[in-house]
Structures are given as C-alpha cells and as structure tokens.
Design a protein around this ligand. Structure first.
Ligand SMILES: Cc1cc2nc3c(=O)[nH]c(=O)nc-3n(C[C@H](O)[C@H](O)[C@H](O)COP(=O)(O)O)c2cc1C
Length: 207
C-alpha cells in the first residue's frame, strides 16, 4: 500500500482550508494508503540547539545523539511514496514551523552532498504536492504581492532530490467564506484531472 507523509503547518489546525484539502488528497491517493501525519504546529519541533548545529558542520564528538530527531524526520520521508505539504504563506514565505522542519531534514552528507560545488540530492524523488494557502493573491490578475515561498520551497526540496513538486494554490482566503469555497472548488476541479488521485471527482465537484 502507498505511504503518504502529510505535513501540516497551519496554526488554524482543523479550520485550515488547505489542511482540509491536503487530507482529502492523501485519502484520494489510495483509500488504504497509510498516512503519516506530522502536524508541525500541534507538535512543534524544538529550535535547533548548539549540539545539532555543531554536528551538522562536523564538529561534534557524538553526532548520533544530536541527529536523533533529524533521523526520525528524514526516516518518515524515506519510507513515504508521496509527500503532501499543507502550508500557509506567512510574510511571503514558509511559516517558521515548516522552516524548522527543513532545517532538520536538509542535511549535508545525509540528504544532500556537494560534488565539485554542485549540490546533489540523496533522497529518491517522489510525487510531492504543496497546498499553499494565502490571504491575498500573488498569481494572476489580482496579484498584489511577492511570493518567495514557492520558488524557495521548490529549490530547497530539489536540493534533497525532490524535483517532482506540484503546487495547489489557494489564494485570496482572506476575502471571506465565498472566496474560500471558490478557491477550494477550483483546486478540487483541477486535482480531479490528476491521475495521481482517484478517478472519481473530489466532493462538490461539478464536471
Ligand atoms: C503571521 C502571518 C503572516 C501572513 N502573511 C501573509 C502573506 O505574506 N501573504 C498572504 O497572502 N497572506 C498572509 N497571511 C494570511 C494567511 O496566509 C491566510 O490567512 C491563509 O489563509 C492561512 O491559511 P491556513 O488557514 O491554512 O493557515 C499571513 C497570516 C499570518 C498569521
């Protein structure tokens, strides 16, 4: 059975429309898929400590102990056939909770290596979906702000070998319930044509 790692990064928890869509997507990959949920807000990761920082740059006498949490998080990625990240945009970027996860997972000599100045990812590529929720717009005619999140996340996931990254944009969620419903409807319609997901349409989709 496929295994899906679902990273949830919203402080709005179950009320997050992006979180809701991401959970639907995980179920749609396969009804019996094993879904590993890592909620980075409900169970926050500890800030990086001196031991971890030293171990990353090879200055630690006992790197194994410093890497315990990092190994656990990388292990969850390694056993997963799919990665789904549900994240809000916070100040045009990834939220701090997701950045911290990246700091534990993007690790030299473990998930990437540098050869002749070039970074090579050491993880196997897999379909990765990022559900990106924002209060305003950064794409299309209504765009009024920068988006550093999507190019950054695509770049950093690529560093560790995850190149097959698709974004699901839920924009304009600050415009009220109707805007949220419309953004979800549009995203579900687009996803229902994606062969990764079950052939039947997502709920509420009128084809
Ligand atoms: C600290 C913070 C910073 C935010 N920064 C942005 C931003 O830069 N651009 C934007 O469009 N929305 C921003 N928002 C709004 C959220 O992205 C928006 O409320 C989104 O719908 C949250 O999705 P969620 O319910 O999945 O967490 C910010 C919200 C918070 C709490």
């Amino acid at each position: 059975m496929p295994r899906v790692l679902l990273l949830e990064c919203s402080p709005n928890d179950l009320a997050s429309p992006g979180g809701q869509l991401a959970r639907e997507m995980a179920r749609r990959i396969h009804p019996k898929a094993e879904v590993i949920v890592r909620n980075l807000v409900r169970e926050p990761l500890p800030p990086l400590c001196a031991g971890y920082a030293e171990a990353v740059v090879g200055k630690s006498d006992c790197p194994e102990a410093a890497f315990t949490l990092s190994e656990q998080l990388i292990g969850e990625l390694e056993v997963s056939h799919y990665l789904i990240i549900s994240t809000p945009m916070h100040n045009y970027m990834v939220p701090a909770a997701l950045k911290l996860w990246l700091d534990y997972v993007v690790r030299i000599h473990r998930t990437f290596e540098i050869y002749d100045g070039r970074r090579d990812g050491l993880l196997e590529d897999r379909p990765t979906f990022v559900v990106l929720s924002s209060g305003g717009h950064y794409l299309g005619a209504k765009a009024k702000q920068m988006d550093f999140l999507s190019p950054y996340l695509r770049h950093v996931l690529g560093i560790i070998g995850l190149h097959h990254v698709e974004y699901v944009h839920l924009q304009g969620l600050a415009d009220g319930d109707e805007a949220v419903a419309a953004a979800l409807q549009q995203a579900r319609e687009r996803l229902s044509f994606n062969p990764v997901f079950a052939p039947e349409p997502f709920p509420d989709v009128v084809l």
